[in-house]
Design a protein around this ligand. Structure first.
Ligand code: SF4
Ligand code: SF4
Length: 209
């Protein structure tokens, strides 16, 4: 419908991936309306790269009507089958990568700069620059592990591809903060660190320090 009404629509296979490599296309992309997952995730990703997302819509939760109203359109227009087929062809032709971009991003509207995430992560994902904690090596993050998001007391760490809120940037509290779980994670972290040390494997964070 957007295309039929003259809007320039680009389909991206992985917006997180573009942010992780700081693609030169980002500033152009975020100057438009981004239809993606949670706006808090998109805003945090944009701020991380020094950009400001102008307008975002949440395609997980907003209705078709709400999203189309951003473009002054109403969902009463038929999308003809040939257009739908063309969109599927575009989606099928999107480049695929071996693994999903999986990394944390900090919601700076919540972060208190306590440094716990920097302390916790053994893989050098976080750094501290001018007393501000930031994600410096997203590619070092271990796939599907949102551990540091659980130790953040401010619930400021977002993994956009995680399935539960607030870690995925949503507003619900599917996974409330659990101090007991935090103690367990710190113990596991210590065990892992000792194992790696015994095996003579240097941990990335120590290398950075
Ligand atoms: S643990 Fe949370 S509040 Fe503390 S520095 Fe990291 S993101 Fe910010
Ligand atoms: S999820 Fe694990 S590896 Fe990734 S940044 Fe957090 S602590 Fe580090």
């Amino acid at each position: 419908m957007l295309r039929a009404n003259g809007y320039d629509v680009t389909i991206e296979s992985d917006l997180c991936q573009l942010f992780s490599v700081n693609s030169s296309r980002l500033s152009e992309i975020i100057s438009g309306t981004i239809l993606a997952c949670y706006p808090r995730a998109v805003r945090s990703l944009s701020n991380w790269r020094g950009l400001e997302a102008v307008r975002t819509a949440d395609i997980r939760n907003q209705t078709e009507k709400e999203i189309l109203s951003l473009f002054d359109l109403a969902p009463d227009q038929e999308v003809v089958n040939t257009e739908k087929e063309q969109i599927w062809r575009e989606i099928e032709a999107l480049p695929t990568t071996e693994s999903d971009a999986w990394f944390p991003v900090i919601d700076k509207t919540r972060c208190t700069e306590c440094g716990k995430c920097y302390d916790f992560c053994l893989f050098g994902v976080y750094g501290i620059t001018n007393k501000r904690t930031t994600v410096i090596h997203p590619q070092n993050c271990k796939n599907n592990c949102p551990a540091c998001a659980r130790v953040c007391p401010a619930r400021a760490i977002v993994f956009p591809k995680y399935d539960k809120s607030p870690i995925n940037g949503g507003s619900k509290d599917d996974e409330p903060f659990n101090s007991q779980e935090m103690d367990t994670m710190y113990r596991e972290r210590l065990r892992y660190k000792l194992q790696q040390r015994r095996a003579g494997v240097p941990l990335t964070r120590e290398e950075i320090l």
